[in-house]
Design a protein around this ligand. Sequence first.
Ligand code: GDP
Ligand code: MG
Length: 444
Amino acid sequence: MYKNDIIVAPATAFGGAIAVIRMSGAGSVALLDNIFVGREPLAEAKTHTIRYGVIRDGERVIDDVVVAIYRAPHSYTGEESVEISIHGSRYIAQEVIRLLCEEGARMAQVGEFSQRAVLAGRLDLSQAEAVADLIAAESRAEHAIASTQMRGGYSRMLDGLRDELIGICSLLELELDFGEEDVEFADRARLSEMLDKVEGAVLRLLGSFRMGNAIREGVKVAIVGRPNVGKSTLLNALLQDNRAMVSEIAGTTRDTIEEMIMIDDIRFRFIDTAGLHETDDRLEKMGIERTERAIKEADIVIYMVEPSQQELELPELAEHQKLLVVVNKMDTINENDLGIAGAIYLSARYDDGTDKLRDALCELVDINGAYQGDVVVSNMRHAAALNDTLTHIHAAKRAMRDDISSELLAEDIRRASDSLGEITGRITNDDILHTIFGKFCIGK
Ligand code: GDP
Ligand code: MG
């Protein structure tokens, strides 16, 4: 994919007043000069300056443009590049790109600008992935996570951990060189301490993945409870819309309904479910199976009851899942009704008290760390590499416990450091690069 030629692509989506065409590669400025007419040739322009002029196809003026000049290595790709701002017309963009290609540029492949940036060492792999996440971000939470990652907070942390592992490795390898003499350069107690430290850090990063992934995909909230407690009414109240069918007939909701709702800049995916109860109805049974699946997949479960419900039949949850008990129909409450400690009382039908629920939901997501720049892992590929790292660290710890040769111990540690290196791309291969940049859009 990577060649030292000149690539060009639209960098913006169409529909706005202005569109930007990006071109990168040594000789970009001279190439553009062939179709650009301004007060003076672009060849004279310094880096990080802009020039006004027109793009011409022979005598025909295509558009008035503004060109930003970037001289190597001070650009996104590290190469000489230009960004041409044109009027936001698809036709003009096509014409300009056609002319540039006639002058010797070629259309960029998807993600090729970012790939060049990585190959030039301007970004590491996880930072390039963060660029894609940043562009896709639709909430403050997603933005915060991608932004920290793009600014290199994550990379610095990983490189630090990796340096420690490589440090251990070289001490162990030194021992191998003195093989016969049975010396220990790597103090085993310190080594074990360092492994614990790296393990702790990797575990913390992996621990953040559940939230990171939930933020990226939308935090899944299943609304469950007996039939008729008002689950669908709650969904409608949160949506401010009559999305789900509501009736006094038990079993109205057969299938699960899923809706995205933004609360306080966090994206939630609410899943309204069929009521949980014993039934012989075949359709209802299918609905209940779906409810059970929704509970399994949820990050947060809202268990809803009516004031008169005397006992809770709380679903069994995994350790990472969070539960909120909601007592609905607060408007009908009477003094015999059970007071449930810690429950949120509200009235879905009258949209009364739903703010308390919104607040409680946001609190459970605990996003403030990410807003403050804490590293949060949100990428599946990174989580997999962290898991691999952990496996190799565990193997190394076992090797130490069993007093296995430093050679094998060094091998485990080397593998752990390689797995970490995959995240930032210190260790990489063409397949990984291809998969990652293949998901980018053109012009990125
Ligand atoms: P679901 O089966 O849990 O989805 O319950 P629905 O949302 O279909 O509601 C069942 C019945 O309870 C409907 O007749 C609703 O109008 C009623 N209902 C829902 N929320 C409230 C509430 O806050 N107060 C009162 N009084 N009735 C409610
Ligand atoms: Mg319902």
